[in-house]
Design a protein around this ligand. Structure first.
Ligand SMILES: [Cu+2]
Length: 118
């Protein structure tokens, strides 16, 4: 009797593992070239290059840590001071119609980073 219970548990366990493997395929996510992360190291990447093009390019900023003073991103030349709520992606439109270097930083002016439009 006891042997039967163990056999049933073993079968259930095997089925569960099989189902789990089936539902978790390895998915490769394409690298996001317009995403910036803000965490304890500052902004990553801290230098981006955007192709010069008419209009604007949208960058997505996401703060992933509370252990950072980058709770906002500031673009002095664009008059942008955008709060970055923890874990919430924030889109910022960057003008790409002329070649220039735009700096961005945290609210206190640390973590100086730049976007090169060329
Ligand atoms: Cu700071």
């Amino acid at each position: 009797m006891r042997w039967n219970v163990e056999l049933v548990l073993l079968v259930v366990a095997s089925v569960s593992v099989g189902a789990c493997n089936k539902e978790a395929p390895i998915v490769s996510t394409p690298a996001c070239t317009t995403c910036v992360t803000a965490d304890g190291r500052g902004f990553t990447p801290n230098k981006l290059t955007l192709a010069k093009a008419e209009g604007k390019t949208t960058l997505t900023f996401t703060r992933t840590s509370d252990e950072t003073c980058a709770t906002a991103v500031v673009f002095p030349a664009l008059n942008i001071n955008q709060p970055l709520p923890l874990g919430k992606p924030v889109d910022i439109a960057i003008p790409t119609d002329k070649a220039q270097t735009l700096t961005f930083q945290c609210g206190m002016g640390m973590y100086k980073s730049s976007i090169v439009v060329q």
